[in-house]
Design a protein around this ligand. Structure first.
Ligand SMILES: [Zn+2]
Length: 290
């Protein structure tokens, strides 16, 4: 019996999806196991695939060192928000798909034996959008970092504020920034890692506020979308606008770090950026330097 319409079978269809992934950048068919070994970076072109929160934690932290905090925090639906779907249904579907309760995970762990507080966002959970739970987790991580005088690391992956929580989502910008300000006043370092994408309210608040801001290669980073930006200023945007390398060359990002080097870079940074000793806080900064 002849095969029906073989000419319409795309190359992708020829491979079972569970075993292979097509690289969106170079279109290479990648064996999933091989991709996983390469930290979800395309071995042909270097495209950095998005990572789930558990994979990210596994790549950055010393094995077995992570203790999650506040995993039980879940979104409520204060506005009774319904678009094509009711908000609680969207949250439930995202929980089922990711195994997470919301778009961020926080806890304490170690990078090369240095103890840190860490927040990792997961784009797979409603586009990594920041509602009250994400904001609360970032604020609590900053508060724990302050209380224990541990460096704070936040790995962002987010389209911005979660519109289903309206003003409450926008209030997370102020809340997270207030917590980070206290951290800064106390001389406790904060390293921000921006992965693809880091946009909207997350970029406009904590993601761009690190003492050191790192970005993965070619990550989309910015506030408003490129179309909105171009429309507002009435000009075409330059090539590579809102990508890590462009932001680096314009001073908004301190370093662009390939995923394979990220753990080592963090480990080095955390050795340089030691929290200021408590007794130094009583004295003015000049005195402690001399
Ligand atoms: Zn590729």
């Amino acid at each position: 019996m002849p095969v029906k319409f073989p000419q319409f079978r795309s190359r992708r269809d020829a491979f079972p999806e569970s075993l292979w992934t097509r690289c969106p950048s170079c279109e290479e068919q990648l064996f999933n196991k091989q991709l996983e070994k390469a930290m979800n970076v395309c071995p042909s072109c270097g495209h950095h695939f998005r990572l789930s929160a558990p994979l990210r934690l596994g790549q950055l932290l010393d094995e077995g060192s992570f203790e999650e905090h506040d995993s039980g925090l879940v979104s409520v639906d204060p506005l009774g928000f319904v678009d094509q779907k009711a908000y609680p249904d969207r949250v439930a579907a995202a929980q089922l798909a990711t195994g997470l309760n919301d778009a961020a995970v926080w806890g304490l762990g170690r990078v090369d034996a240095t103890r840190i507080a860490i927040v990792v966002m997961d784009f797979g959970f409603m586009g990594g959008s920041m509602g009250a739970v994400v904001g609360e987790k970032v604020a609590r991580a900053a508060e724990a970092a302050l209380a224990e005088r541990l460096p704070l690391v936040v790995v962002s992956a987010s389209g911005g504020a979660r519109m289903q929580e309206g003003t409450l989502a926008l209030m997370q910008l102020a809340k997270t920034m207030a917590a980070l300000e206290r951290l800064r006043d106390a001389g406790v370092p904060f390293v921000s890692v921006m992965s693809d994408p880091t946009t909207g309210g997350v970029f406009a608040s904590y993601a761009a506020m690190g003492d050191v801001n790192l970005a993965e290669p070619n990550a989309l980073i910015g506030f408003a979308g490129a179309r909105v930006g171009a429309g507002t200023i009435g000009q075409e945007l330059p090539p590579g606008f809102q990508r890590s390398e462009f932001l680096y060359s314009h001073g908004f990002v301190d370093r662009v770090v390939a995923r394979a080097d990220l753990r080592r870079e963090l480990s080095l940074l955390l050795r340089y950026l030691v929290p200021r000793p408590l007794d130094a806080l009583a004295r003015p900064l000049e005195a402690s330097v001399g």
